[in-house]
Design a protein around this ligand. Structure first.
Ligand SMILES: C[S@@+](CC[C@H](N)C(=O)[O-])C[C@H]1O[C@@H](n2cnc3c(N)ncnc32)[C@H](O)[C@@H]1O
Length: 275
């Protein structure tokens, strides 16, 4: 019986029926984990509990939904420029929340550079979204704008990746429940650090969704980010570096404070800017 019900709930995806946002959320995001981590960072660095979190480049705002679920005092403001993921998020993520939880989320279809109020305790920008600002002045303007949007004890958290693999052109497949996720570095320009990355999905029946998501980015180093955060007024910048699973050699999901990192083929880190 147990086996039958397990089989019945296993997702069966094909290119014709799969929804690219479902696949994205399944394969890329781990928002429950990130919500807990961000909460831990705030309590550690600010010695108090946060209330309002702004999710920049929020897409389907899964993170914000998990944020308001986490604590009945938590509120979220989500900002994304594209109506498509916002509509999808309203239908599939917001609708899963209770009325009380929904009342603590505000969704804004806007450019992150244009939103400064209300002042937030925390701003997050995840999945490397700030890398779409390719010029130094553009990224500095964004960081200035985040600085202005934070209350006096505000905290800004973003992620970063790198390593020798980040500078190469390659496809990296990973098995997920019911489909295969492929992360492609289609192009990397060593002289400018511009990169074009793509997400593709393959299915068990042989069908594929190519170019489900495409990103034109500049690969910013944590040092460049730290320098820019300092220039716009952040008093302190902390890096959190992921540990390595000794058996697999892969990241183990445990992030600890670090000053220098290690020369891994592929690494992920969080960057925290403190006002
Ligand atoms: C990589 S997705 C991030 C989705 C989600 N936050 C995550 O962590 O996976 C990037 C999002 O940024 C949005 N975006 C791009 N430029 C923007 C801008 N200037 N202001 C607000 N959102 C923007 C896109 O519409 C897209 O939904």
């Amino acid at each position: 019986m147990q086996k039958l019900s397990a089989m019945a709930t296993k997702p069966v995806y094909t290119a014709r029926t799969a929804d690219k946002y479902v696949l994205y959320q399944e394969s890329v995001q781990n928002t429950e984990f990130e919500v807990q981590m961000v909460e831990r960072f705030f309590k550690k660095f600010r010695g108090q509990s946060p209330v309002l979190l702004r999710e920049d480049f929020s897409g389907t705002f899964l993170f914000a939904c998990d944020w308001v679920r986490r604590n009945k005092k938590y509120q979220a403001l989500c900002v994304d420029i594209d109506p498509e993921p916002i509509q999808w998020g309203r239908k599939h993520n917001l609708s899963q929340l209770s009325q009380a939880e929904q009342s603590r989320i505000t969704i804004k279809e806007a450019d992150v550079l244009k939103v400064h109020k209300p002042l937030a305790d925390i701003v997050v920008a995840f999945n490397f979204s700030y890398w779409l600002f390719k010029e130094r002045e553009q990224l500095k303007t964004y960081f200035q704008s985040v600085y202005q949007s934070l209350g006096p004890k505000g905290m800004f958290v973003m992620d970063s990746f790198g390593g020798s693999a980040a500078h190469s052109e390659q496809e990296e497949p990973r098995k997920c429940e019911g489909f295969e996720y492929i992360w492609e570095h289609e192009k990397f320009h060593p002289l400018t650090s511009e990169m074009r990355c793509k997400i593709h999905f393959n299915f068990k029946d042989g069908t594929k969704i190519r170019n489900a998501f495409v990103y034109d980015w500049r690969l910013w180093t944590p040092l460049e980010v730290r320098e820019l955060l300092g220039e716009v007024g952040f008093q302190k910048v902390e890096f959190y570096w992921e540990g390595t699973d000794q058996e697999t050699g892969e990241g183990n999901g445990i992030f600890r404070p670090a000053k220098r990192g290690e020369a891994a083929e592929c690494w992920i880190a969080y960057i925290i800017g403190l006002k």
